[in-house]
Design a protein around this ligand. Structure first.
Ligand code: ZN
Length: 181
């Protein structure tokens, strides 16, 4: 828990069941930690989450920002290894209107890759691609390259499911067996 101090923003991926693992990879719950009571509150939409995240320092999250919620209410969700938690860098820019920021978890849980999807559905994976896209699409005049950030969130090692390791060694065994035949 020490590592989470000062990190108000978190997003999470589920990972506790096999089924989740096979379709693994994207964030399905967003949560923020109250700076007063330290309870975790589920943030309903990515948009709200980004709003909270973009002001993490100047306006730290508190329970009362959620409708009908206060520090008296039990936590929405507990930080534990029933899910894999990843923590965003604080104060990431809010994704410009119409664009979507997406994160995909690598199969071995080593890293999340960030990319953006344009309003027309095009995936952009680097700052250079963003720059080129904005240049080619002058209708996004108010949007700047600095509105995009490809920082990868930190994966909380203590919430990575054990099944990943098991799966890895099972695969290795399978491969060796094949080679023997
Ligand atoms: Zn609170």
């Amino acid at each position: 828990m020490k590592e989470m101090k000062g990190s108000q923003e978190i997003s999470k991926t589920p990972s506790s069941s096999k089924r989740t693992l096979s379709s693994q990879g994207s964030v399905d719950i967003y949560a923020a930690q109250c700076k007063n009571c330290l309870k975790w509150r589920v943030i309903d939409t990515q948009e709200e989450f980004e709003e909270v995240r973009s002001k993490a320092t100047e306006e730290p999250f508190v329970c009362s920002r959620k409708a009908n919620c206060s520090c008296e209410e039990p936590a929405d969700i507990e930080y534990d290894s029933t899910r894999t938690w990843v923590i965003d860098k604080p104060n990431l820019p809010k994704t410009p209107q119409g664009f979507r920021r997406s994160l995909v978890l690598r199969k071995d849980y080593s890293k999340l890759d960030a990319y953006y999807v344009t309003p027309s559905g095009k995936k952009l994976r680097t700052r250079n691609e963003i720059g080129a896209f904005l240049k080619d699409n002058p209708e996004f005049k108010g949007v700047s390259v600095t509105d995009f950030d490809f920082s990868s969130p930190k994966i909380m090692q203590d919430t990575i499911p054990e099944i990943i390791e098991q799966k890895d060694s099972a695969n290795k065994k399978a491969k060796i067996a094949k080679g023997d035949v």
